[in-house]
Design a protein around this ligand. Structure first.
Ligand code: C2E
Ligand code: MG
Ligand code: MG
Length: 713
């Protein structure tokens, strides 16, 4: 049968050189159920100790070789012997021995002659006491381990004292000597991170007076000089009269938790591309800053910034370069705000945070401490100067400028939403007025800006909502009196903004880059329509489509035209692209190249609104053009204004000499028509013949014309 060690009898080592005592003691203990081992002297005792590991040792004082004191001392020096209870047997009234036994580390003493009937009880009492001590040690060890794992320490403080009692763990966390334990309050406070020190000191004062929260998080500097985050929790003990007597505190190292929280915060509130605060965080900051500004009665400025032409850079050089540009912009913005003047006296910590990225190429800068609103202009200028410095990104030289809108609290808005909206509006105006500008918000901007803004947002959805249509205006060949072509003109009707003229929304579409998808839609729709009419045998020779400069300079434009022609099955010669003179002025080389590529496709090319630009005739000669469209500005008074008559006459003559055909647009009445006929203008277009009409009406018109001609001819 095996014995459960928990219930095994205690092992007692009896050490005595006197055989009789040894024998009697052993007898008494064995009778009481103990397991006994004997040794005659100190040396044997040490050897037996190593072998049996007794639960208790009775030790005679006077022995040969190694006496009781030396044996006791030696046992205490061994790690396993430090805690074992040792009962010294001393002579009665031998105070010297009793004292020496105490010094050597004995647990208790018993005097000789020994009363063996009591001996057993003495041993039992001692075993129980030592078990309690051992338990206490064990639980202390467990607690210490648990605290180490949880990175938890404790401290306590008694009223009126100027020092704290700290646990080892707290000492370690605070970078103090782990043996110190009693540490002056001032020294403890010194270990708190300097930025949190005042707050921690106030907190400690508050809890003493029964105020303030029971917990606080702050930073400390640990042994290695590392900053760690800790959480302190405290409990107060009151005396009988209800006065604070004692504070018990726990200090936990929450650095890892803090890091995790920081990572979560990063994901939720920090823009991953630029590492700037995102819109959410920015709004929070703005709200806080507004509260402070209100409390202190001082102004606050908000800069809203947008890069001019960012979309084009992104589209032409790719998103990689676009991303780099945004990152550089973020850096430059931060540096501009950091500028060492008193204008933007933002605390160093907050400086970086005062810049945010709202999304896309939109950034905001918060200036919470402006003295006057004009100070914001100084910062705006500094930002402009910094951002407009040329850049080389991904091997490309890039020039980018910001447009900046400024709104100032309180005059331009009292809440974050209004301020942001108005700064945005001011930015929009800066952009409208020519880019690389900054503008202060002005309430009068509101109405017209709002309209444009609504228009722009609505326009973005125009294609998918099917709000665009094409009207077609016939063109008449004067010689044959036949409708030789139509010009496609885009129309937009929207629930919110009503019917908008292309004169209004095409420039807007060009600014926002929306002209690219809109232009593509127009081209495809017009080609499909032309194909339909031609298949129906309507004798339509030509479909003219207006092309914006922005479309024309797109790298893949010629390819797009080819693709649409193929998709729709329209013969290239039946398509005419109308471009304006301004295009030829901006980039003559590039324009010539693209025009030639288009000509090679077989499409026809016309210069629209001719006469309003400044193209030189010699240049025109080198271009593969088919037609000039005399602008309606000259046609309007061609029969009454000699100068208009002269220009029109000259254009017709010149075109003829260059082998180009001429069409006059905006012909509204008979006299204009007569004049153009006498000058041998080739074609006309205008209200006199027909207004631009929806496809169905053009179908009817073409049919009737066709029938009439057939009948007549
Ligand atoms: P545009 O290409 O010069 O088109 C002729 C404009 O003159 C059209 O205005 C037409 O309705 C108008 N018009 C025609 N006959 C007469 C007339 O007898 N008297 C007067 N006073 N006006 C006449 P609309 O449709 O408002 O278009 C204005 C401009 O918008 C166009 O000028 C063109 O530059 C642009 N646009 C129109 N559709 C498109 C398009 O699909 N793409 C592009 N990029 N631009 C377009
Ligand atoms: Mg046109
Ligand atoms: Mg025109």
């Amino acid at each position: 049968m095996t014995v459960d060690p928990a219930f095994a009898p205690a092992r007692i080592l009896v050490v005595d050189d006197d055989l009789a005592t040894r024998f009697l003691a052993s007898e008494a203990l064995e009778q009481a159920g103990f397991q006994v081992e004997q040794a005659e002297n100190g040396r044997q005792a040490l050897e037996a100790f190593e072998r049996v590991r007794p639960d208790l040792i009775t030790l005679d004082v006077m022995m040969p070789e190694l006496d009781g004191f030396a044996t006791c001392g030696e046992l205490r020096r061994r790690p396993e012997g430090a805690q074992v209870p040792i009962l010294m047997m001393t002579g009665l009234d031998d105070f010297e021995s009793i004292n020496q036994a105490f010094v050597a580390g004995a647990t208790d003493f018993i005097t000789k002659p020994i009363n063996f009937s009591l001996f057993e009880y003495r041993v039992r009492y001692l075993l129980r006491a030592s078990a309690t001590v051992a338990n206490l040690h064990r639980s202390e060890r467990r607690l210490a381990t648990a605290q180490r794992i949880a990175r938890l320490g404790y401290w306590d403080w008694r009223r009126g004292q100027d020092h704290l009692h700290l646990s080892r763990e707290v000492c370690e966390m605070l970078g103090l000597d782990p043996q110190a334990l009693e540490v002056p309050l001032a020294v403890v406070i010194e270990r708190v991170h300097e930025k949190d020190r005042a707050r921690a000191r106030d907190w400690f004062a508050d809890i003493q007076s029964g105020l303030g929260p029971r917990a606080i998080n702050h930073r400390v500097v640990d042994v290695g000089g590392q900053v760690r985050h800790v959480r302190q929790q405290v409990e107060a003990a009151l005396d009988a009269s209800g006065r604070l007597d004692h504070l018990y505190g726990a200090l936990q190292d929450i650095t890892e938790l803090h890091q995790t929280e920081e990572r979560i915060r990063q994901l939720a509130f920090i823009d991953s591309l630029t590492q700037l605060p995102n819109r959410e965080l920015f709004k929070d900051r703005l709200d806080v800053a507004l509260k402070l500004a209100k409390r202190h009665g001082r102004p606050l400025a908000l800069l809203f910034l947008d890069l001019d032409n960012f979309k084009r850079i992104n589209d032409t050089l790719g998103h990689g370069v676009g991303d780099l540009l945004l990152q550089t912009t973020a850096e430059r913005l931060k540096a501009s705000v950091r500028g060492g003047d008193s204008v933007s006296r933002v605390e160093e910590d907050e400086q970086e945070d005062s810049v945010a990225r709202l999304g896309g190429d939109e950034f905001t800068v918060l200036l919470p401490e402006v003295q006057h609103s004009e100070d914001a202009a100084v910062v705006a200028e500094r930002i402009q100067a910094s951002l407009s410095r040329p850049l080389t990104l991904g091997g490309h030289e890039i020039l980018v400028t910001p447009s900046i809108g400024i709104a100032v609290f309180p005059q331009d808005g009292e809440d974050s939403e209004t301020l942001l909206k108005n700064a945005d509006m001011a930015m929009y105006f800066a952009k409208r007025q020519g880019r690389n500008l900054y503008r202060f918000y002005d309430p009068s901007l509101n109405e017209s800006a709002l309209k444009r803004l609504t228009m722009e947002t609505q326009l973005r959805k125009a294609i998918e909502r099917d709000e665009l249509t094409l009207h077609y205006q016939p063109q008449l060949d004067l010689l044959s009196d036949r409708i030789c072509g139509v010009e496609a003109l885009v129309r937009w009707t929207n629930d919110l903004v009503g019917t908008v003229s292309p004169l209004e929304f095409i420039p807007l579409a060009e600014e926002s880059g929306l002209i690219i998808p809109i232009g593509e839609w127009v081209l495809r729709t017009a080609c499909q329509q032309a194909k339909q009419w031609r298949e129906a045998g309507m004798g339509l020779e030509r479909m003219a489509v207006n092309i914006s400069v922005l479309q024309f300079v797109q790298p893949g434009f010629t390819g797009l035209v080819a693709k649409i022609l193929e998709e729709t099955g329209l013969e290239p010669a039946a398509l005419e692209l109308e471009i304006t003179e301004s295009l030829l002025m901006k980039d003559p080389e590039g324009a010539t190249h693209t025009l030639q590529a288009l000509k090679d496709l077989g499409v026809q090319l016309a210069i629209d609104d001719f006469g309003t630009g400044y193209s030189s005739l010699s240049r025109l000669k080198q271009l593969p053009l088919d037609r000039l469209k005399i602008d309606k500005a000259f046609v309007r008074e061609v029969d009454t204004q000699p100068s208009d008559a002269a220009i029109t006459t000259a254009v017709i003559a010149m075109a003829e000499s260059m082998g180009l055909r001429v069409i006059a647009e905006g012909v509204e009445n008979e006299p204009q028509l007569c004049f153009l006929k006498t000058k041998h203008c080739d074609e006309i277009q205008g209200y006199f013949l027909s207004r631009p009409l929806p496809a169905a009406e053009i179908t009817t018109l073409l049919q009737s014309r066709f029938v009439a001609r057939d009948a007549g001819g």
